[in-house]
Design a protein around this ligand. Structure first.
Ligand SMILES: [Zn+2]
Length: 505
């Protein structure tokens, strides 16, 4: 039924769809302006840059940094670089090529340009390396530049988000995971899959949890300080709400994956800043190809012990393409992430059409409203899948909720506006589609509280706020409802931002 409804929605006249918005006349004139300019790239960019974006649900904290910042931080932190591999290294440095002080080459344009290319996909097409090889290789090169600079990263990404009228981020990162990996590798019980009860009580892992919470405290304090959030000079990024997604590196031996997964569940269960569990790193890695089913079972088993976190599982799945892996490896990744691990959101989902019985799976995703975090530029560069080869429209036809994200704006040298622009150009979106994508990013966020919308696709609000208008005094019922739900408060703010935006066009 849902697919029929969405198909109808896609093809009825724009004015009717917009009747759902607060001020149809205003929304109608913004839509008309958008239709006039959408084939003019610069005017489209300007429009989409200002367009209110509900949030970004799939962005890796470390991959979001532009290489220039990593180089500057590494230089002032006394870090070094292994020039043959362009890998940033912790101090001490020496004057040998393997550990050159970054400060020594910081203003040597030729060297810096080569480092920027190595820490991102810039100019990758000019090298004998695939986008897949290059994009994933960058993470190991800048990993050592991150520690101690997490708050600066938050300041960078929140400012960039706020400038693009995006006020909510869920940032994926491995905080605490190196410690959890070490516990997994050294504690015998993690080698036994039937020792789950002892995993949960492992004292070293409890300490890793406490350390991860402390690291998160420090990261957020550093951000507030760097961005001067409590002063009149506060950076615009201070207005952005940030939540964290705890990421497990899945390309490691089972005991190390198991210990990380326990830590991820602990963080989401007990620290409200952590709102979701995720698994990261290439799905075509030989360990992932071997262990995928085991990893999904592991998540399912642990979820039974963490009832809150169990409802907040988002997994990279289907970030694959035919030829990258054997056809058999494409048959069940997305389905297993949903039906075994219990994922309520999917990152990428690019290989959906290659899943066994994909039509039934698409229908299930529509029925259960399992959102796909769409990363168009990332899929184009890593998987070489774009335009009509990408399942963006297929998901929409079935009524599967979608939201746009960058994956790694620093690695891909893009921003969220660029992804909206790409979606408009590649899939001929209307203004109503933009509003839908934007609202989805909050409606399917893992923020606590009930959604403002009983049905976000139809923009049908919950009863308490059904008659209220953005910018006007709230009814008592709506006020009480918004007070009870952080998610709905941000959604209400987004409706207000739509109103302000539409007044401009
Ligand atoms: Zn990702």
């Amino acid at each position: 039924m849902k697919s029929c409804r969405l198909l109808t929605l896609l093809f009825i006249p724009l004015a009717l769809v917009l009747a759902a918005s607060a001020d149809p006349a205003r929304a109608g004139s913004s839509a008309a302006y958008f239709e006039r300019i959408k084939e003019q790239p610069l005017l489209l960019r300007e429009f989409l840059y200002r367009f209110p974006k509900g949030g970004e649900l799939h962005t890796h904290l470390d991959g979001s940094v532009y290489a220039e910042n990593y180089i500057a931080w590494a230089a002032s932190d006394g870090k070094c670089i292994d020039l043959p591999t362009y890998t940033i290294m912790p101090p001490p440095c020496d004057t040998q090529e393997q550990r050159t002080p970054v400060a020594d080459i910081q203003f040597d344009a030729e060297t810096v340009n080569r480092i920027i290319d190595a820490l991102s996909v810039r100019n990758f097409e000019r090298r004998p390396l695939s986008g897949h090889g290059q994009a994933f290789a960058t993470f190991g090169r800048f990993a050592n530049a991150v520690p101690g600079r997490e708050g600066y990263i938050l300041a960078e990404v929140t400012d960039r988000a706020a400038r693009q009228n995006n006020h909510y981020l869920e940032l994926i990162y491995i905080t605490g995971m190196p410690a959890a990996m070490a516990v997994g590798a050294s504690a015998n019980e993690f080698k036994q899959t039937d020792a789950l009860a002892r995993w949960l009580e492992n004292p070293a892992l409890q300490r890793a949890f406490a350390d991860a919470v402390a690291t998160t405290d420090a990261m957020e304090q550093q951000w507030q300080q760097v961005a001067q959030c409590d002063t009149p000079d506060a950076a615009t990024g201070c207005q952005v709400t940030v939540r964290h997604i705890s990421a497990v590196i899945r390309t490691l031996p089972r005991e190390m994956v198991a210990a990380q997964t326990v830590l991820a569940f602990m963080l989401v269960e007990h620290d409200p800043r952590y709102v979701g569990v995720n698994f990261v790193a290439p799905e075509d890695h030989p360990i992932v190809l071997r262990d995928y089913d085991w990893q999904m079972q592991l998540i399912a088993q642990l979820a039974q012990h963490f009832p809150h976190a169990a409802k907040h599982i988002t997994l990279h799945a289907g970030e694959l393409a035919p030829g990258l892996v054997p056809p058999e490896a494409l048959l069940g990744n997305i389905g297993k992430a949903i039906n075994i691990a219990g994922a309520s959101r999917i990152g990428h989902g690019t290989s959906i059409v290659h899943e066994q019985d994909h039509e039934r799976l698409l229908q299930q995703m529509a029925d259960q409203q399992i959102l796909v975090e769409i990363n168009l530029s990332s899929n184009d560069i890593i998987l070489e899948i774009a335009g009509d080869e990408h399942p963006f429209d297929l998901y929409r036809q079935y009524g599967v909720p979608l939201a746009l994200s960058t994956d790694d704006e620093g690695v891909f040298r893009i921003d969220l506006t660029r992804e909206y622009q790409r979606a408009v150009v590649d899939y001929d979106l209307g203004y109503d589609d933009l509003v839908w994508l934007s609202r989805n990013a909050l409606a399917y966020s893992y923020l606590p509280g009930e959604s403002l919308f009983a049905d976000v696709t139809e923009a049908r609000r919950v009863k308490a706020c059904s008659k209220d208008l953005p910018g006007e005094t709230l009814s008592d019922n709506c006020r009480a409802f918004l007070d009870s739900s952080e998610k709905a408060r941000l959604q209400w703010q987004l409706e207000g931002r739509f109103q302000a935006f539409e007044a401009r066009y």
